[in-house]
Design a protein around this ligand. Structure first.
Ligand code: PBG
Length: 329
């Protein structure tokens, strides 16, 4: 490598066209997954206060939003359901006429080629808001596995193209894989939230999904933000259990983990650009402190650069609308 003054890195940064030619990373709409929140009823569109631009919608409105996403080139949506009523076991999560099951059937009819991914977790369905069966203040791992497996199979029966367990119970990927295979769904992939950290950045999501725990927190099952060696163990365990795509969540504060997972596994890696990351940029933009478009594009680009193949982002439609054909971000 030659040095200054023979080599001047600025020579290739002088114009937008030159920069375009040597750009190493691009985000395209193909990389994006749009999360959507579905509620019972008809004609419902209820904005989520802490996430400007995001709304809870009933199935009819959901099909419109998903159709728009598909028209914009977004390949996949990730569905979260808010049931009519909740109970201690979260039985609404596997009901044949449950909110997600109904939504999946409608989406597969209305927007057939769109990949419909369903969140598999108990917290939206349990009265206590924890991600599994609660006893004496503790979430019971092995009992929860049966419920998660049941939920995943009911999503597949409704027509889901992929399931995404986000609960962080031990052994759930194996339990879900086995249940799906036994039910004739060996072709349905599992996108696992393999390294999901107990993060303060999920706050706004819990408003959107109405899933905040009534008491306590999720530190007994989600990971300690301090741990990256453990994150690799979690990811490798999920791969051993049959995961197809591994997710790191949140994204921006965890890019070191994204990079490690990509380098050390070679598996497709997904990063979840979570609600709090979205809301912080939105809020700063509303105050006039940040340029929303530029900040969001930079965030998505850097998540890709760290090694994520796929990004779950609430900003997918806005990104797609502004994208210059063939140029990426
Ligand atoms: C459900 C779940 C959560 C998120 C995705 N699935 C919340 C949580 O674990 O409390 C967070 C997504 C976001 O913040 O955008 N377990």
């Amino acid at each position: 490598m030659s040095a200054f003054p023979d080599y001047r890195p600025r020579r290739l940064r002088r114009t937008a066209t030159l920069r375009r030619m040597v750009r190493e990373t691009r985000v395209t709409v193909d990389d994006l997954i749009l999360p959507l929140f579905v509620v019972p009823g008809e004609g419902v569109r209820k904005p989520v206060a802490s996430m400007p631009g995001v709304a809870q919608t009933s199935v009819d409105e959901l099909v419109k939003d998903a159709g728009e996403a598909w028209e914009l080139g977004i390949p996949a949506v990730l569905l979260f359901g808010i049931p009519e009523s909740k109970d201690a076991k979260g039985s609404g999560s596997w009901a044949e006429d449950g909110v997600i099951q109904t939504a999946v059937r409608a989406l597969k009819e209305g927007v057939p080629d769109l990949v419909v991914i369903t969140d598999v977790c108990m917290c939206e369905y349990t009265s206590h808001g924890h991600c599994g069966v609660l006893r004496d203040g503790e979430v019971q791992n092995d009992e929860t596995l049966e419920l998660l497996a049941r939920q995943a199979v009911s999503h597949a029966e409704a027509g889901a193209d992929m399931v995404a367990p986000s609960d962080m119970m031990d052994g759930r990927v194996a339990a879900i894989r086995e249940a799906l295979d036994d039910a004739g769904f060996s072709h349905i992939p599992i996108l696992t939230y393999a390294a999901k950290f107990a993060s303060a950045f999920y706050g706004p999501f819990r408003d959107a999904a109405e899933s905040a725990p009534r008491e306590g927190d999720r530190r007994g099952y989600q990971m300690d933000p301090a741990n990256d060696v453990e994150a690799m163990r979690e990811v490798l365990l999920d791969i051993e259990e049959g995961a197809d795509i591994v997710m790191v969540k949140p994204a921006l504060a965890y890019l070191d983990i994204v990079r490690r997972v990509k380098d050390e596994t070679g598996y497709p890696v997904c990063a979840y650009h979570v609600s709090g990351e979205y809301a912080s940029i939105k809020a700063a933009a509303q105050l006039g402190w940040l340029d929303e478009d530029a900040a969001m594009r930079e965030a998505l680009l850097c998540i890709r650069r760290a090694g994520a193949d796929l990004i779950v982002t609430y900003w997918a439609r806005e990104f797609a609308r502004g994208e210059l054909p063939g140029r990426g971000a």
